[in-house]
Design a protein around this ligand. Sequence first.
Ligand code: ATP
Ligand code: MG
Length: 139
Amino acid sequence: MAVERTLAIIKPDAVKRGLTGDILSRIHAAKFQIVAIKSVQLSRTEAEGFYAVHRERPFFGELVEFMSSGKSVPMVLEAEGAIAKWRETMGATDPAKAASGTIRKELGTSIQFNCTHGSDAPQTAAFEISYFFAGSELS
Ligand code: ATP
Ligand code: MG
């Protein structure tokens, strides 16, 4: 399997609840390399741009409000098959449906407040990484 990079975000619900350290420990335990990491508060416009694929969905307004509501922690994770591996580590979008042991099952509180984001394909990973990180931050 090829070494890949994916974009992960610790979302504002998890940062506000003091779960950043817990989630970073799970990332280390799952043997991802953290290539780059920062703490940011997205503007509404930045959140809209990041989730533009969802702009027609009924929850888009709430999602933008939520993602711009406080600090979040975007990071670039590297591992063999990192994109699928990180989505497995997070679990299903809805914490109620996520497998036991996953971040969303153990820490998420609703389909919206599900603690973490992960890219879903190589093209989206490339777009999402470049949304937060310059090339000089990724060597
Ligand atoms: P993410 O893209 O954040 O990793 P995902 O790929 O598992 O999550 P998407 O379908 O891309 O799920 O949805 C993006 C985000 O929108 C979800 O993580 C969640 O925060 C929010 N969301 C999804 N469905 C709903 C819903 N029905 N109601 C409210 N918020 C939702
Ligand atoms: Mg998604």
